[in-house]
Design a protein around this ligand. Structure first.
Ligand SMILES: NC(=O)c1ccc[n+]([C@@H]2O[C@H](COP(=O)([O-])OP(=O)(O)OC[C@H]3O[C@@H](n4cnc5c(N)ncnc54)[C@H](OP(=O)(O)O)[C@@H]3O)[C@@H](O)[C@H]2O)c1
Length: 342
């Protein structure tokens, strides 16, 4: 898959599948290929798919691991292990300094301490940013399309151009702004916003939680008339976009890893109800929390999002199955998945 291209002073190894304009841009920036990439969250659901995507494209990965189990899973995936954590800022500094680019996906998913998790994320972004300052190296961070609900009226299709005010301190938006601002400080920074459902085998996010609730309560519930929209993407398509962002996103880009722009949530509840053979019921929006716990709020949001600009800018095109078809596959409803995550 690797080819070589030389000038008198410079040799670049590139992926034969890489579009010509991407290769030219990379040579212009004198970036190394393959790259050694520091990946935080490398042992996670999204991060592990990114690790595989990077290695298959010829890159080397230095993955952050905070436990022996994470270290073992990284090593078996062919990555180098960098021991540390989000709370150990020196481990972030040394990982970023040792590599040609960074993809940051680690996140503390503690919904009872949402603001603290966002502050930890912001500090991680700022810490890595200081190390990369002036280097021109790529730095890809992770955000979510649901933060568009802070910026847009319900139901408005969110785009990559919907960017929060620079001074915003709303959780996670501050991390986006910190990353975007790094473009002015010599970092080829970019933000990949993921939709609320990144689906696929191993999913342990919102959709499996909805399935667990439906199983436990004997009904598959949706809020109101269920016409509000959730965007989604397959995990492998998302991983591909992270690699493209690393290799060629312009400094300060905001990118949307969105395949399905917006699925009415009653259709998601509908597949879950059919697969579990339980009734599919509407619950009043103001009672959604009683039926769906912390998901009552999220599942009531109407937050469709587009990836048209991302597709145009990076030539990214999702090719995996959509959420509803994926939900109809077996792995969302197998005992094994339940015993692992619930
Ligand atoms: N999955 C989705 O549907 C979805 C949707 C929207 C946005 N996102 C975002 O995408 C990113 C990746 O999510 P994910 O689904 O892959 O999450 P995940 O499977 O829970 O993985 C989280 C990763 O972060 C690491 N991590 C957590 N706390 C850490 C700490 N204190 N220090 C160092 N590492 C730590 C975990 O390490 P361990 O392996 O050691 O636990 C793991 O590698 C996150 O920013 C998430 O908010 C995900």
């Amino acid at each position: 898959m690797l080819a070589q291209c030389s000038s008198p002073s410079y040799t670049v190894y590139y992926n034969k599948m890489m579009p010509l304009q991407q290769l030219v841009a990379m040579i212009d920036r004198k970036e190394e290929f393959p790259m050694r990439v520091f990946v935080t969250g490398a042992s996670g659901y999204v991060g592990s798919a990114i690790v595989r995507e990077l290695i298959e494209a010829g890159h080397q990965v230095l993955g952050l691991a905070r436990s022996d189990a994470a270290a073992a899973s990284l090593a078996s995936a062919g990555a180098e292990v960098h021991r540390g954590s989000l709370d150990d800022l020196d481990s972030l500094r040394s990982g970023a300094a040792a590599t040609g680019g960074v993809i940051h996906t680690a996140y503390i998913h503690d919904f009872s301490a949402f603001e603290k998790a966002a502050q930890t994320d912001l500090l991680a972004v700022e810490t890595i940013g200081v190390v990369l300052e002036g280097s021109g190296k790529p730095f890809v961070i992770t955000s979510g399309t649901l933060m568009l609900t802070y910026l847009l009226p319900p139901g408005r299709l969110g785009t990559e151009e919907n960017v929060p005010a620079a001074e915003s301190v709303i959780p996670r938006i501050a991390s986006e702004n910190a990353a975007i601002a790094l473009a002015e400080r010599g970092v080829r920074s970019s933000v990949v916003r993921l939709p609320p459902s990144v689906h696929g085998e191993g999913d342990h996010g919102f959709v499996p939680t909805l399935i667990a609730l439906a199983r436990g309560k004997g009904v598959s519930a949706y809020p109101g008339d269920g016409s509000n929209h959730w965007p989604s993407v397959h995990r492998l398509d998302a991983a591909h976009l992270f690699r493209l962002a690393l290799e060629s996103a312009k400094a300060g880009s905001v990118l949307h890893a969105v395949a399905d722009e917006g699925i009415p949530v009653r259709e998601i509840a509908g597949v879950i109800g059919r697969r579990l053979d339980v009734p599919v019921v509407s619950v009043p929006v103001k009672e959604a929390g009683e039926h769906l716990g912390f998901l009552g709020n999220f599942f009531s949001l109407d937050s469709p999002a587009s990836s048209t600009l991302t597709q145009q800018r990076l030539g990214w095109h999702p090719v995996q199955s959509g959420l509803l078809a994926d939900l109809d596959g077996d792995y969302y409803f197998t005992n094994e998945a339940w015993s692992k995550y619930h």
